[in-house]
Design a protein around this ligand. Sequence first.
Ligand SMILES: *Cc1c(COP(=O)(O)O)cnc(C)c1O
Ligand SMILES: [Zn+2]
Length: 406
Amino acid sequence: MTRLVCYRCGETAAFPERKRCECGEPLWFDTDGAAAGFAWPDGDAPGRTGGPWRYADLLPVERRDGVGAGAGDTPLVRAAGLDDDAGCRLWLKDESQNPTGSFKDRGSAVGVAWAAANDRPWVGTVSHGNMAISTAAHAAGTDADCVVLVPDDISAERLAAIAQYDPRILRVSGDYGRLYYDALDADVPVEFVNSDTPLRVAGQKTTALEICAAFAAGAGDPDRTAPDAIVLPTSSGGHASASWKALRELEAAGLLDADSLPRLCLVQAAACDPIAEAYREGREEVTAVDAGETVAYSIANADPPSGTRALAAVRATGGAVVSVPDEEILDAQSTLAAEAGFCAEVASATTLAGIRRLSAAGELAADDAVVAVLTGTGFRELDADGETPEAVDLGTLPERLRALAE
Ligand SMILES: *Cc1c(COP(=O)(O)O)cnc(C)c1O
Ligand SMILES: [Zn+2]
């Protein structure tokens, strides 16, 4: 699998020489042949076990040992207690259970495995968040070195989270959004696995493959072959594109038909919502916005490299794009923890906030089976926000027993 194709103009190109099409859009692997003969794998064949590797027939590389062998295979949990709040029947795909706590491990597993199998001395990424942590961790157990390009003003906490895996960290000043393109164009022996590059998209499509596999096996709603909607927090548009790719492959394999195709619904933070803006205005192209600050920093890409492709995914599946203000995001995050027990990253909590709005707008119905993808863990960002949470002080032991008795 070395041929890439453009979803928009159909142009093809060779991997790894190219990542984007002449028309400006991102390329992905041409899997038409593989998808046509694809059937749901039953059981674990040697060399492919779980996670992304279960779908090795649709991937450009075989499984390798190391942290990537434990990527994916995350739980799909029915959260009936949140149905009334969400306005639909809710399932949560818990991506926090990946080795470094986010779905980025799916793409890093495939990207780093490919680099190792193809004698690439270096892998790289442009990120100061989950993708940097994930890529560095996956490279740590291989012969490939890892280079991470971070912005100049990165915080010490974030730097430490990345640095524990000992990649080469390069600080860069100037336009960090531009750096995505500069890195791909640079004539250096580094395989960049950026947010929406073909290898990362190949790995990250397995989130949607796993969701559909669970429903196909009756582990979701036994009356449906797939969920009615999949809801994703969206930044670069890489994960949304990858999810669309998964659905297209399942359609080509005859495992989903047009009637059972899940709608892809994307959620953005109101302060930085270029894809939602283009959707609201009925445009086909996503363009850069002047973004403000948001608590959902992991989804704050003001100029998403796969924005237009993600919008095409929404239109093709009959989905929607919605943006949510910070107060609603934080409220949804509290609800996910207090009412369901999930410690989701703020960016991931946008899913519940978005679902509330989509239900209120009639885009989702009470009977719809909806999967919210909780893309990352909230454990990394826990702090008390300057306030000490409330707890009853019971004093020393004897007094405590008396107080408990009371
Ligand atoms: C990267 C990330 C996203 C956004 O994914 P894109 O592919 O860039 O759209 C959402 N949530 C979390 C936690 C992430 O790390
Ligand atoms: Zn093209």
